[in-house]
Design a protein around this ligand. Structure first.
Ligand code: BTN
Length: 239
């Protein structure tokens, strides 16, 4: 069960790194939460700005499945975050592969890391909860926070409990291999399907119509000649 054991820190370098250190011995579902991270990490080696007021947590997952089945974990985490935010009365959307947006701006990010040694997935979630975006470094001001969108602060502990609940719900579906349902839920939070999009991958820029996700969570795009392309990583812009 996710959240049966929780480590809480007022300050840490990165919950993700601590989770990796204890991953071998830790029980499945162990959560590491910090109020502040000094070396928070985002995807693609970016820094994750982690001042007080945000939610920074990592979950150690040990799914009883082969590692080939791990890719959808970041999709399911983004669904859980979106649902917890929706409960606050906001209207989140998801941007492929796993950013959570409010009013088109990023409010939360997910980082999943695994390797064959740990046989575990470290699921990192960073949420701009009670943050004032004006205090963010210049290059990060294009993001938003729950506080900004709601015009008030939330009770972080209650929010984390809701998030735990949602994570448990969707993780259970994953263990039960109910992938089709998870993909359907993810798609219901996304605004890109049946629209023209541009995807920037590390090597090229691709334009086409977003048609679906495959069972690994890869994005399927219909090209102008009618062929389908499968995209595993990239940055999406709706045109
Ligand atoms: C992204 O780039 O969108 C992913 C951000 C993930 C940030 C979280 S905060 C908790 C955990 N610890 C880290 O150092 N990173 C992740």
């Amino acid at each position: 069960m996710i959240g049966k054991k929780i480590y809480r820190f007022t300050e840490i370098d990165s919950t993700q790194d601590f989770a990796k250190e204890i991953a071998d011995e830790a029980e499945e579902g162990t959560i590491i939460i910090a109020e502040v991270q000094k070396k928070g990490r985002g995807r693609l080696n970016r820094v994750w700005f982690s001042p007080p007021g945000g939610v920074y947590l990592s979950v150690i997952l040990k799914p009883p499945l082969s590692q080939n089945f791990f890719p959808p974990i970041s999709l399911l985490a983004s669904i859980a975050v979106a649902k917890a935010i929706k409960k606050l009365g906001l209207n989140p959307s998801l941007k492929w592969p796993n950013d959570v947006l409010l009013n088109g701006k990023k409010v939360a990010g997910i980082l999943t890391e695994t390797n064959s040694k740990w046989k575990a997935v470290i699921l990192g979630i960073g949420i701009n909860a009670n943050l004032d975006i004006e205090t963010f470094p210049e290059e990060l001001r294009e993001t938003t926070s729950i506080k900004k969108e709601l015009q008030k602060e939330i009770v972080i502990d209650n929010f984390i409990k809701d998030l735990e609940y949602e994570l448990n719900q969707v993780y259970f579906l994953f263990i039960e291999s109910r992938l089709a349902y998870i993909l359907k839920e993810w798609k219901s939070f996304s605004q890109m399907f049946n629209r023209r999009i541009e995807v920037r991958t590390p090597t090229e820029v691709i334009e086409g119509k977003a048609v679906d996700l495959d069972e690994d969570g890869a994005l399927l795009i219909e090209m102008s000649d009618g062929s389908l392309r499968k995209i595993i990583a990239g940055n999406v812009k709706i045109l």
